[in-house]
Design a protein around this ligand. Structure first.
Ligand code: IMP
Length: 432
């Protein structure tokens, strides 16, 4: 029995979907604990692509318990659409065990409107959010005006909370952002409809997970985004509005830290970023374009092109520290095939200052940093069929070994292609 957290070590899009899907085979419960439909996990199962934004990837395995934890912000329209789409593909049988925390906060239409209005107003200084209302929903949670699932399910409470929220948000929307107001009646009717459908999934998910742990079940906590989009440890303000580091799994699902056995950090063999914000190893020339094309680096949620760059180990080292990562799952190594030489960023430099362990928190300083690279020989052989480390060309093995040294943790697995079987399994956190 093991309790394992999975987090991204970069700016999200590390390929968590595939890894969560792989580990989900060993888990009885798969729980999400933060974020919302800003996330998008692309899964390729038996050649068929499925993109999930809210429901944990474990749903694609039979008989798993899937949990949307209290730390999440949930857009009910998107969730129900996702359930419908999965049902159409026969991937959501009627006995599916999906539980949504009654404490999870609900994304409302005014959250989406405010998110977009704020970005428009910011113009060139925008964050580049996904526009899904994530930030405004977390704002309401923190200022204690947010609507939780348990509030939505009680129409009287919901009506009262909605009325005061609509009044306040319409003031911002019309007076400050010069946007259209939202309408109380339309939202009330729409959301009462969602409540009717969601009631069957509402639960005390902290209790459910606790009961499962006591029964000896294996639990997988599925992080969204990446450690450098963390509201505290990320490249603020170009971050998301939740804690994405591993500690968040405990608060966001109602499980104590003493229960956790392992943390797997997902690290792409290069770096990508969507949205604005500093990116020290960004490649704007042909190599960046090649990585973008070969790696199909388009956002799963917004379809935006992802910015691409060399692997940045300053980011990864900080993530290892902040999230207490015990093993790394290296993804998309195959995308680097044919690029020679390869570069790894081992530190940042600005003036006489050098940073190798930690990303400077001041965005201006970070923007002035230039990368300190190590160069390594690449490989040209097709590696997608590799099943063991010995199947890899020597230069690919050297690249991996150097990453292990720089990260200070061993690889748990290496992914060499999008399919489930295109994976070199090294250490499975569920098997000790
Ligand atoms: P928000 O989470 O929509 O508020 O967006 C804030 C920042 O996080 C933007 O730069 C987004 O592009 C980025 N972001 C949010 N979710 C993801 C994700 O799942 N992958 C990559 N970037 C993300």
């Amino acid at each position: 029995m093991a309790q394992v957290i999975i987090v991204g070590t970069q700016w999200g899009d590390e390929g968590k979907g595939k890894i969560v899907d792989l580990y989900a085979r060993d888990a009885d419960v798969i729980a999400r604990f933060q974020g919302g439909n800003n996330a998008g996990h692309t899964l390729v199962v038996e050649g068929r692509q499925t993109i999930l934004h809210l429901i944990p990837s474990g749903i694609l395995h039979n008989n798993k318990i899937c949990v949307l934890g209290n730390g999440m912000v949930i857009d009910p329209e998107v969730l129900l659409q996702e359930i419908d789409e999965l049902s159409e593909k026969n991937l959501f049988p009627p006995d599916t065990k999906l539980y949504i925390s009654q404490n999870a906060h609900i994304i409302m239409p005014y959250h989406r409107s405010l998110d977009k209005a704020r970005e428009t107003r910011k113009g060139a200084t925008k964050i580049g959010t996904t526009g899904r209302g994530i930030g405004p929903a977390y704002e309401d949670k923190i200022v204690r005006t947010g609507i939780r699932l348990c509030d939505l399910l009680d129409s009287e409470t919901f009506g009262e909370m909605l009325r005061s929220n609509v009044e306040e948000k319409n003031f911002y929307l019309t007076q400050f952002y010069e946007e259209k107001p939202v309408e109380y009646d339309a939202i009330f009717d729409e959301y009462c409809g969602y409540a009717d459908r969601l009631r069957q999934y509402a639960a005390n998910t902290s209790l459910i997970i606790d009961q499962e742990i006591k029964k000896g079940s294996d639990i997988l906590f599925e992080g969204a985004q990446g450690c450098h989009l963390d509201i505290d440890y990320g490249t603020y303000p170009f971050v998301t509005s939740s804690n994405t580091a591993a500690g968040s799994a405990c608060c966001g699902s109602g499980v104590g830290p003493t229960r956790i056995d392992a943390v797997v950090g997902i690290c792409k063999a290069y770096t990508t970023r969507v949205g604005e914000g500093p990116f020290v190893t960004e490649l704007t020339g042909t190599i960046g374009e090649k990585i973008q094309t070969v790696g199909c680096e388009f956002g799963a949620t917004t379809g935006r092109k992802r910015r691409c760059g060399w692997l940045d180990m300053v980011l990864v080292r900080q993530s290892v520290r902040v999230s207490g990562i015990t093993g790394i799952a290296l993804t998309k190594l195959d995308v680097l095939t044919g690029i020679n030489p390869l570069r790894i960023c081992v530190a940042y430099k600005t003036g006489s200052e050098q940073f190798s362990e930690s990303v400077p928190p001041n965005t201006k300083v970070l923007g002035q940093c230039s990368p300190v690279y190590e160069e390594m020989a690449g490989w040209s052989e097709d590696i997608t069929g590799a099943k063991t480390m010995d199947d890899l060309p020597v230069n690919a093995r050297r690249y991996i070994e150097r990453l292990e040294e720089l990260a200070g943790v061993k690889m748990s697995l290496v992914s060499v292609g999008p399919g489930r079987d295109e994976t070199i399994m090294l250490r499975n956190p569920f098997h000790g």
